[in-house]
Ligand binder design. Structure first.
Ligand code: BGC
Length: 905
């Protein structure tokens, strides 16, 4: 029987605050039998779970729809703002048996139109001397509440509070955008935070990426008696003031002066001293330091209010320091043992006014103190001023526990200065802060170095998701660079669920696009770099395509199609005879000996990989991706036209850059040849020669090392693997000498560096930079062998094709796909290979079992039922075998778990 599970709306479980009118509903399938497929589905939607239970889905009932689709847009009557929709689904299997309906789940609409917003942007004109703003407003509840929702947009970052409690576990809300185009609001269910009588609604707003704190907030309360009330932020009972956050900056850190705390500022005081004018006077010692004013209505940021469409940022983990040292008296350095993104939580006890300073860094000076030189102008320093005891200014107060709200750092080391007494091991702990995308992949193999690289890659990706895919989390940058994402996207998709996160970022790119010329920008939201972007910025097209490939989701390519096309047309406008010659970065930051002295970055432009070769190749890739998307979207003319443009570029590229003498492209270096092969720019007759040149360069000229930059490092591993040289790729990937990932590890790296060199001084050398983490997807694809089929996106068809590379005796991976977990695990024991494969219900896999290294006949056994000698075999139990290109025996299997054993006959 087939039963649906993992019900999602817009890729999220039970989301609150959806503002697309036709939310997409999706599910996975479970089956106790193999090779099951969904023949039909039925979705029902109602305004309550009870109505569904009574079989009365008054909103929408699809009845039985013959379709294998597992992602279906809601198509019932138009939904209204704030409406909650309950839904459930059941499916029929290939034998026409229908399973039961799932338990109901729900989604809830946000505020669907600008007319739903009655609040205003409030704040203090020009800000308040760089201080965070504190807003408060009493709310009296005099009858039973049925439900309450807060709709909040606060820039740069805000924290919503109700009755003294922080609402929700989000931090650094909202996600960053081009605020003049889009501003995210978040919907919170605040029903459980309200109580009868006097309540206080409050928010703290910091600077974030926006610069001047401002707030927009609506509280909607529905009462049991059917009445409702809307509380808006411009009504006269709101107050604004300042508080203990006296400075907050993403790059520089936060200063919190606990002496300025005003306990009870966000609570209704139950017992008020007789002399008190307001609840805030309840504790005269402290509250008198705050002047509460009427907030002003301030300029709006300009962008549309849009429901935050991606995972919020959260504190997702806590790390205890592994080592504590005291390089100089009073200077204590905590080592988390892992480079992370986030902040530290401080525990301290001392006198009022004492100041503890926390400095964050990725590396240490030889004397053991923190080295912040590579953070460039980012101070990355938090300061905490102790509350102490206000009854005895000379004595210690209670233990104070603090962590910042509106900053984050990239660091492994925390240097603590000014700590009263001797800080113990628990004085600081690391807090891992990131967009809470779910982990999607697991990989392990028999080579511990590869496992360590995989972990380093995972940490690098994990710590560079802060509502945009950042280039690094530590220095004065933290931008979404489009060039880096050309290489990193696939790695991210194998390690995390990026469906919402990447869709959001493509919209950021679109927001920054020049509507007149189609030019996009190097970073999105646009804060750095150039417009027009470097032609390497293929991620604008690649990500929508990959969202389709991995999640079967066409929404992003459909929503931004005109923009994607305008960018390709822009490149065409720059091309002469199909060659695009402008280039800023090209294959950026290769080993420094390959770079142009004194070039941009800190000598990061390649001297050997011509910019126009890379730009032209990406122009072709972009046109091809656009053509493929046009095909999927049914835009036949565009599909044809852009395929034609791509073919013309390919011809021009080959004519211009191929040197038959050398048997390679450009300078015949690794990047030029790997790039040409990956981009499919090498005509068939030249392929073998180019591959030979590439292998020769790696093995004979560079002793098994790469010479590539941020982009071609991905491609070299892929093309070597696909051309039958997986051992050469493996050799590159497992080097321990410079330049390699192993070299980084041997110098203590726990996240991937920006440069192949070990540098710690000022300049461009982040120690946590995901562009070279691109190797991460190769582990899943080449070693464990989990690959999708471009023609059957969303893992409808899966290619399991592991490689027994180098010294490996075992590799395994699991990937949580939209259809459920796919796993592949192989183990070699002498000449006996066991391959275990699990395929989610509804999918089909082509399983390629590697041949033994010795050319001996072998038999492949599947469970107890199927035995073949090598060579084509008959279909048995729905399993067919065929010889595959002299490399493997291939089987086609439906969903289920299979174990293949290959033995020498
Ligand atoms: C970023 C890189 C990016 C480069 C392009 C650097 O500052 O950190 O990740 O590729 O700029 O110029």
């Amino acid at each position: 029987m087939l039963t649906p599970s993992h019900l999602r709306c817009e890729h999220a479980p039970a989301p609150l605050g959806i503002d697309g009118p036709r939310p997409r509903l999706s599910w996975q399938l479970n089956s106790d039998l193999r090779a099951q497929t969904q023949r039909a589905y039925q979705i029902q939607a109602a305004s309550s779970a009870e109505l569904l239970a009574q079989d009365a889905p008054e909103l929408w009932d699809t009845a039985m729809v013959t379709s294998s689709a597992q992602l279906v847009p809601y198509a019932g009557p138009d939904l209204h703002s704030g409406q909650r929709v309950w839904w459930r689904v059941r499916v029929w299997d290939g034998q026409d048996h229908s399973g039961p309906f799932t338990e109901p789940t729900w989604f809830e609409m946000g505020l669907l139109s600008p007319g739903d917003w009655h609040a205003a942007w409030i704040g203090w004109p020009g800000g308040w001397n760089g201080r965070a703003l504190y807003f408060r407003r009493p709310v009296v509840i005099d009858k039973p509440v049925k439900r309450a929702r807060a709709y909040v947009a606060g820039l740069g970052y805000y924290e919503l509070r109700l009755n003294g409690r922080k609402v929700s576990d989000h931090v650094l809300d909202p996600g960053t955008t081009s605020y003049d185009k889009r501003v995210f609001y978040v919907t919170y269910d605040v029903t459980p935070y309200l109580h009868d009588g006097a309540n206080v609604l409050a928010a703290i707003v910091g600077h974030g990426w926006y610069g001047t704190p401002k707030l927009m907030l609506q509280l909607h309360i529905d009462f049991e008696d059917g009445t409702s009330v809307r509380i808006l932020d411009q009504d006269p009972t709101w107050q604004v003031g300042t508080g203990p956050i006296v400075q907050d900056s993403i790059f520089d850190g936060e200063h919190y002066d606990a002496r300025l705390e005003c306990p009870g500022w966000d609570e209704a005081q139950v017992q008020r001293p007789a002399h008190a004018q307001s609840s805030l006077d309840a504790e005269p010692n402290r509250a008198t330091t705050v002047t509460w004013m009427r907030p002003h209505i301030v300029d709006p940021p300009g962008g549309r209010l849009v429901a935050q469409p991606l995972e919020p940022i959260r504190v997702v983990d806590t790390l205890s320091p592994e080592r504590v040292t005291e390089p100089r008296p009073g200077i204590v350095v905590y080592d988390l043992g892992q480079n992370i993104a986030g902040w530290a939580q401080l525990r301290v006890r001392g006198r009022r006014g004492q100041q503890v300073v926390l400095r964050f860094a990725e590396s240490l000076y030889p004397d053991g103190s923190v080295n912040q030189e590579n953070l460039r102008s980012a101070d990355a320093t938090d300061t905490y001023t102790l509350r102490g005891s206000d009854t005895d200014p000379a004595g210690d107060g209670d233990v104070e526990i603090w962590e910042p709200r509106f900053t984050y750092h990239g660091f492994r080391y925390i240097q603590v200065e000014g700590y009263p007494g001797a800080p113990g091991p628990g004085a600081v702990i690391g807090r891992l802060v990131r967009s809470d995308t779910a982990s999607a992949g697991k990989f392990t193999c028999s080579n511990e170095l590869v496992n360590r690289i995989h972990r380093m890659v995972w940490w690098t990706e994990a710590t560079n998701q802060h509502s945009i895919p950042t280039d690094c989390p530590q220095r004065d940058e933290r931008m979404g660079w489009l060039n880096d994402l050309g290489a990193r996207t696939e790695e991210a998709l194998y390690n995390f669920d990026m469906a919402r996160f990447f869709a959001k970022w493509v919209a950021d790119i679109h927001d920054a696009q020049d509507p007149a010329t189609g030019a996009i920008t190097d970073t999105a939201p646009y804060r750095w770099g150039s417009r027009p972007a470097d032609p390497v910025s293929v991620s604008y097209l690649l990500i929508p395509w990959m969202l389709y490939q991995h999640y079967g989701d066409t929404a992003t390519m459909a929503a931004h199609y005109d923009g994607l096309k305008a960018w390709v047309d822009f490149l065409t406008s720059q091309a002469r005879d199909h060659i695009v010659s402008y280039s800023y970065y090209g294959d950026w930051a290769p080993p420094v000996g390959e770079s142009r002295d004194g070039s941009a970055g800190t000598s990061a432009v390649s001297r050997n990989t011509p910019g126009e070769l890379i730009s032209t190749g990406y122009y072709c890739y972009s046109a091809r991706l656009l053509s493929q998307m046009a095909e999927v979207l049914g835009r036949k003319d565009d599909a044809h036209n852009y395929a034609g443009i791509a073919a013309d570029i390919a011809t021009a590229y080959h004519t211009r850059f191929y040197d038959p003498q050398m048997g390679g492209y450009g300078t015949n270096n690794q990047a030029c040849n790997a790039f040409s092969l990956y981009m499919n720019l090498v005509p068939a007759p030249q392929k073998a020669r180019v591959i030979e040149s590439l292998v020769h360069d790696v093995l004979d000229l560079h002793d098994g090392h790469l010479t590539t930059g941020n982009l071609c490092t991905k491609y070299i591993l892929e093309v070597l693997t696909d051309s039958g040289h997986v051992d050469v790729a493996y050799q590159i990937a497992t080097q321990e000498t410079y330049p390699s990932w192993g070299y980084m590890l041997s110098h203590g790296a726990t996240t991937v560096w920006e440069r192949w060199e070990h540098a710690t001084g000022s300049g461009m050398n982040s120690h946590n930079h995901p562009m070279y983490a691109s190797v991460g997807s190769w582990f899943y694809k080449a070693l464990a062998g989990i690959n999708l089929d471009p023609a059957k996106p969303g893992f409808g068809v899966i290619h399991i094709r592991p490689h027994i590379a180098g010294d490996l005796t075992h590799a395994s991976a699991t990937l949580q796909t939209v259809r459920g977990p796919v796993s592949s695990a192989w183990r070699l024991d002498g000449e006996t290979l066991t391959l275990e494969v699990a395929i989610p219900a509804g999918s089909i896999a082509h399983v390629s079992v590697p041949k033994p290294s010795v050319a001996a006949p072998c038999r492949i056994l599947e469970g107890d039922t199927v035995v073949w000698n090598s060579g084509p075999g008959p279909a048995v139990d729905g399993i067919t075998a065929a010889e595959d290109a002299g490399y493997t025996i291939a089987f086609t299997v439906g969903s289920g778990t299979y174990t293949f054993t290959r033995e020498s006959a």
